[in-house]
Design a protein around this ligand. Structure first.
Ligand SMILES: Cc1cc2nc3c(=O)[nH]c(=O)nc-3n(C[C@H](O)[C@H](O)[C@H](O)COP(=O)(O)OP(=O)(O)OC[C@H]3O[C@@H](n4cnc5c(N)ncnc54)[C@H](O)[C@@H]3O)c2cc1C
Length: 296
């Protein structure tokens, strides 16, 4: 698809146009795409569910690859194989169905398997590192590799996937046999915790800021009386101060302005700089383009 608006493809509902949005259907098509982009020197960007990145209103030049066709989840004797575009929430639900324990922590993380491996997603004491056995990836040369989890250097919310330019295509999760009722009880409890604390009724990118040493980002924002403050359609959540919600058709420009407002206010008031956890990608936009993104 040419000139495709990415706000229609991101969980945050933010983002200008991609020059070309490509949706490969096989792993070999991904290999060919990587080789083509490299040979022709075309910028290449990989999109998951867009729940941990903000795409600017100027959009993304070159090729953007969607993983929507890679949804397969299969189970073979206690092991789950999940393709990169599958929602990690669905993998966690499948584990419950199969009475396998270990992925309960992921039941409310709104990303894909690929995005979850990229940042070693985790919650409530669990992380991908605990359950990943192997990953099938394509490297910068377009070569398909099967790597043991240890080769991905999974650490707190990081991995070596970006440094190596790997595209994850499939993950193999090693889980343990468990009891349906106890797995479900943990998932219900974590879901209740999320629903009662997080503003899940609006698009967002989750916790915007990292925890600054010795402080809690949410508390600093709350104590700066920023909750409910907004610019255009974006505002600091009244439910969870660490979240900025896309409340009413915000543009990325508005959303990023709220991030900067929070950073400046907290720095002025408490002398603490809030470092972003979420990535910002893409090009800046002029006023006309921002207006067009908002209207579409
Ligand atoms: C309401 C809410 C709650 C959240 N809670 C949590 C939480 O509890 N814990 C947590 O860890 N995160 C949380 N997040 C953040 C986010 O959901 C996770 O980081 C998730 O893993 C991102 O996946 P994604 O598919 O959306 O990735 P995207 O945002 O689309 O992409 C993120 C990065 O991963 C790269 N990427 C995507 N797919 C691949 C692939 N196949 N191969 C290589 N690189 C790839 C992208 O290029 C990009 O650089 C939350 C977000 C929201 C909105």
């Amino acid at each position: 698809m040419l000139d495709e608006l990415l706000k229609n493809h991101t969980y945050t509902r933010l983002g200008g146009k991609a020059d070309i949005l490509v949706t490969p259907e096989t792993f070999s098509e991904v290999q060919e795409l990587v080789k083509l982009a490299r040979r022709e020197n075309i910028p290449f960007t990989l999109l998951g569910n867009g729940s941990n990145m903000i795409v600017k209103d100027g959009g993304i030049r070159g090729i953007v690859m969607s993983q929507k066709q890679f949804q397969d989840i299969r189970v073979e004797s206690g092991t789950i194989f999940a393709q990169s575009g599958a929602a990690i929430i669905d993998v966690s639900r499948r584990a419950l169905k199969e009475r396998l324990t270990g992925l309960e922590f992921a039941c409310g993380i709104p990303g894909t398997v690929g995005g979850a491996l990229f940042m070693n997603a985790g919650a409530y004491g669990g992380e991908i590192k605990d359950v990943l056995e192997e990953a099938v990836v394509v490297d910068r040369d377009g070569t398909l590799l099967t790597l043991p989890a240890k080769d991905l250097d999974l650490e707190y919310r990081t991995s070596n996937i970006p440094d190596n330019g790997y595209i994850v295509l499939e993950a193999k999760f090693k889980l343990q046999p468990g009891k349906y009722q106890s797995i479900k009880a943990v998932m219900d409890d974590l879901t209740y915790k999320r629903e009662s604390k997080q503003p899940l009724e609006y698009p967002s990118c989750g916790s915007v800021f990292k925890r600054p040493p010795g402080y809690f980002a949410g508390k600093l924002i709350q104590d700066s009386e920023l909750q409910g403050k907004g610019i255009g359609g974006a505002e600091v959540s009244t439910k969870h101060a660490g979240f900025i919600v896309n409340k009413n058709n915000a543009t990325a420009t508005e959303y990023i302005s709220v991030i900067e407002l929070v950073q400046k206010t907290v720095k002025d008031k408490f002398g603490v700089f809030l470092e972003r956890e979420v990535k910002i990608i893409g090009e800046d936009a002029d006023a006309e383009t921002v207006k067009a993104v908002k209207q579409n």
